[in-house]
Design a protein around this ligand. Structure first.
Ligand code: NAG
Ligand code: NAG
Ligand code: NAG
Ligand code: NAG
Ligand code: NAG
Ligand code: NAG
Ligand code: NAG
Ligand code: NAG
Length: 444
């Protein structure tokens, strides 16, 4: 714990960024991607060590985009198509868990910052002084059915002698922490492993012989990330789009349940490798390489991931693919004063996704469709879509915002404070993701 905190504080100093010029990139909104790339660097860096080469966008380039971040283009068609598809794929007439709205629920959260010991300081919104606790009192209400609250006893009994892993980036970590907190009502987990950077961990629930892991692999594919002692990258990320990250694939056979997801790290500038050659890059000015766009790499990576589940592996596991997570910075980005101080959820239709999320969500939908139709009957894997994008989009109120720090305004009421409008408070809306996981894995 102490070590963790030390690391995070050290990495906050990463904030001194270099200046680079922007050049034209593939998408009109590319500077927005770049902004996201930054942000992700930052968000992963304050709890972990950090990575990535980053470049500071010119302010004049950024401002037109960030002035209306919530006025995004089209509500993603892919989203709707895909939800319908999932229903029809499922065939049993069971309701779609991912279409619905947030309704008021006065029940107390299943855990508190006192009962759960694994809430990291930057997610402990209550302790840090988030003034409006209204975000705790909402329940995800699927349109066509009831979504029961997570039942920790039932879940742990089902998971007896089983192993489950969350595979992905810092959002996956956020998700597993929520699960640990919920389960702590019944049994405290014992941490039995962590890697050097505290990014990948394994916990045991001794009285249920249940093993829970989180594996940090933000690209899911093999990636080389170069950083110097300050966590500042000396070279661009090298992504190997034809090779999965063996960190997770080698362990896959030991898991009964997997929740896998990623995405946002693909927005960073990177060189793409395939077939032992450089195939191109994303945002690599001055490199004389073809900018293939992040969606190219994300598609390749997902295809590889899904092929692994549906063709390469014959291991009998249930895999939930979690879709991309929108953030809620308004009137700016994380580095330009963006904030998220709304106190109630959006209603469906009041908000649409920004470009990057739509593109990413589209790629996810298309590749998932292809994968699901190609699962052979001899294959043991059960692949399901954990489509949290839309329900999360509706929750601008559940992020730490400035309250990722302890009492951020104690010294200076008008002080400039960094906001986190990407990760979720614990307890918070991400707990509902686990209600859905419970429904899909245990009740379903
Ligand atoms: C998913 O939806 C698309 C578009 O409606 C359709 O073409 C495709 O066949 C569907 N896939 C399945 C498996 O139903
Ligand atoms: C939990 O939050 C309350 C404020 O709601 C705070 O007073 C208390 O110190 C916090 N406890 C821990 C262990 O973080
Ligand atoms: C605990 O679970 C593992 C599988 O995750 C199994 O191999 C082992 O035999 C179990 N231990 C006991 C004591 O049941
Ligand atoms: C890599 O090889 C595969 C088949 O061997 C081919 O389909 C693909 O286009 C190649 N990719 C590149 C970037 O050369
Ligand atoms: C860029 O690459 C192409 C082919 O890969 C080469 O013909 C050209 O000379 C390169 N340009 C520079 C400025 O290096
Ligand atoms: C959010 O902050 C902005 C800028 O400080 C302010 O104008 C607005 O009233 C705030 N909204 C809420 C709901 O507090
Ligand atoms: C896969 O495992 C489940 C229990 O985890 C079992 O019910 C099912 O029969 C297994 N399927 C195959 C094909 O082995
Ligand atoms: C036919 C089919 O796959 N039905 C499944 C639909 O989804 C529920 C839970 O999400 C499963 O319990 C069904 O088996």
């Amino acid at each position: 714990m102490a070590k963790n905190r030390e690391t995070s504080e050290k990495n906050l100093s990463l904030f001194s960024l270099q200046n680079h010029n922007l050049v034209c990139v593939k998408f009109a909104a590319s500077f927005f991607f770049l902004a996201l790339a930054f942000r992700l660097l930052f968000w992963d860096s304050f709890s972990l060590s950090s990575f990535v080469q980053f470049q500071k966008p010119q302010p004049q380039t950024v401002s037109p985009v960030v002035s209306s971040p919530l006025k995004a283009p089209e509500p993603s068609d892919a989203f709707h198509l895909n939800n319908q598809n999932q229903t029809s794929l499922n065939g049993s007439g069971k309701c779609n868990l991912f279409v619905g709205d947030w309704v008021s629920d006065l029940a107390e959260p299943m855990y508190t910052n006192e009962s759960c010991r694994v809430i990291e300081p930057h997610q402990n919104c209550m302790r840090n002084g988030k003034p409006d606790l209204g975000y705790l009192y909402w329940r995800w209400n699927p349109k066509e059915c009831e979504l029961p609250k997570f039942n920790a006893n039932k879940f742990l009994n089902r998971m007896r002698n089983k192993a489950m892993a969350f595979i992905g980036d810092s959002i996956s970590r956020n998700h597993v922490q929520s699960l640990l907190c919920i389960l702590s009502q019944v049994e405290q987990a014992v941490e039995v492993y962590h890697d050097k950077e505290y990014r990948s961990k394994i916990w045991k629930f001794p009285s249920h012989n249940f093993t829970l892991s989180v594996i940090w692999t933000p690209f899911l594919v093999k990636a080389a990330i170069y950083e110097d002692m300050n966590g500042v990258s000396s070279s661009m990320v090298q992504l190997y789009l034809d090779t999965l990250d063996s960190q997770w694939t080698e362990q896959f056979n030991t898991f009964d349940y997997v929740v896998i997801g990623g995405g946002k790290w693909f927005l960073k500038s990177a060189v793409y490798h395939e077939n032992n050659t450089v195939a191109g890059c994303h945002y690599c000015p001055g490199k004389n390489l073809t900018d293939l766009g992040f969606d190219y790499a994300y598609r390749k990576a997902l295809r590889l991931v899904f092929n692994f589940f549906t063709k390469d592996s014959s291991h009998n596991a249930t895999v939930l693919f979690r879709t991309t997570t929108p953030d809620h910075f308004e009137n700016g980005e994380w580095f330009s004063g963006g904030y998220c101080n709304r106190t109630v959820p959006f209603k469906a239709g009041d908000i649409s996704m920004v470009d990057v999320d739509s593109i990413m969500r589209g790629v996810e939908g298309e590749e998932f469709e292809k994968a699901i139709t190609s699962v052979g009957s001899e294959n043991g894997v059960k692949l399901k879509l954990l489509d949290t994008t839309f329900l999360s989009l509706l929750r601008p109120d559940g992020h730490p915002g400035p309250y990722r720090q302890f009492q951020p305004f104690a010294k200076d009421k008008n002080g400039k404070v960094q906001n986190d409008c990407l990760h979720w408070c614990l307890p918070g809306p991400i707990d509902s993701w686990n209600d859905i996981v419970m429904e899909m894995l245990v009740n379903g």
